[in-house]
Design a protein around this ligand. Structure first.
Ligand code: ADP
Ligand code: MG
Length: 263
């Protein structure tokens, strides 16, 4: 399923550079309630994401995790605080930040190839370049041969692979993943996680850092270098856990998996 030529340079670049891709300070966000009152959803969030890291945001449903990702993606504005991406304030959707959604968010009337090509629409590339890059992303994520299939013809796991391909096709610096495995059955989720980690640890993914939102503690322990534990009402970071790995590929080691399953 892998095309070794794709961005193998990331493998080296990733481990050497420790610049913050993303720096967030003092983020507050509230929504207006139907009764006219304010619902404070995020209350003073600080976090950084450095090159080469997978950082997890672990919290209950309703704690403000998706709200935070939307702010980082520039889809909404905070009431206070700053979001800095590669040294620049985020005020609109920045190029180089892509997202994978829990619900896949595919267009049912478009084929796999067309859905993935949509990810590149804003880049104004020549059509043959768009097609080449979309096919490259589709192959990378293991969907080789399904370019002309429609989402309804695919299993949930394959649909989410399309979601990943659509995000990866832009070669984003940061991949935001909003509970990407939650809508999948346990075994499919496990396969997708393993495939993702395999590509990541081999330096095959054209991304520099990942923020993974999840409510699954095993998933966070398995996938993340650091886990930020989110408390709700209002959302704030209560604790930061460093996941110490004996070696870079330990995540794919069955012994590490056994350990995680016993959490
Ligand atoms: P999570 O992703 O952790 O489950 P969300 O960020 O989706 O949490 O939501 C956090 C809280 O903010 C919830 O109480 C939700 O109802 C509320 N909320 C989210 N988006 C909006 C919105 N656009 N308008 C009003 N309330 C919202
Ligand atoms: Mg959410």
């Amino acid at each position: 399923m892998r095309t070794p030529s794709v961005n193998s340079v990331w493998a080296e670049g990733r481990t050497m550079d420790t610049t913050a891709l993303l720096a967030i300070q003092g983020i507050r966000k509230s929504f207006r309630k139907p009764d006219g009152g304010e619902l404070l959803v995020l209350d003073g969030i600080d976090l950084t994401l450095k090159e080469g890291e997978i950082v997890g945001l672990l919290g209950r449903s309703g704690s403000g995790k998706s709200t935070l990702l939307r702010l980082i993606a520039g889809l909404s504005r905070p009431a206070a605080g700053s979001i800095t991406y590669l040294g620049n304030a985020v005020t609109a959707p920045p190029p180089g930040i892509a997202m994978v959604f829990q619900s896949f968010a595919l267009f049912p009337w478009l084929t796999v190839l067309e859905n993935v090509q949509l990810g590149l629409e804003a880049l104004r590339l020549p059509p043959e370049e768009i097609r080449r890059r979309a096919i490259e992303a589709i192959d990378l994520i293991g969907l080789d041969g399904f370019e002309s299939a429609y989402p309804r013809e695919l299993s949930g796991g394959m649909r989410q692979r399309v979601g990943f391909a659509r995000a990866l096709v832009v070669h984003p610096n940061i991949l935001l993943m909003d509970e990407p495995f939650s809508a999948l059955d346990v075994l499919t989720a496990e396969t997708l996680r393993t495939d993702f980690l395999d590509l990541w640890s081999e330096g095959q993914l054209p991304i520099k850092g990942v923020l993974l939102v999840t409510h699954n503690i095993e998933e966070a322990a398995l996938m993340c270098d650091r886990i930020l534990v989110f408390g709700s009402n209002p959302g704030r970071i209560l604790q930061e856990i460093n996941v110490e790995l004996p070696h870079p590929r330990a995540r794919l080691d069955p012994a590490f998996r056994d350990l995680v399953e016993r959490i």
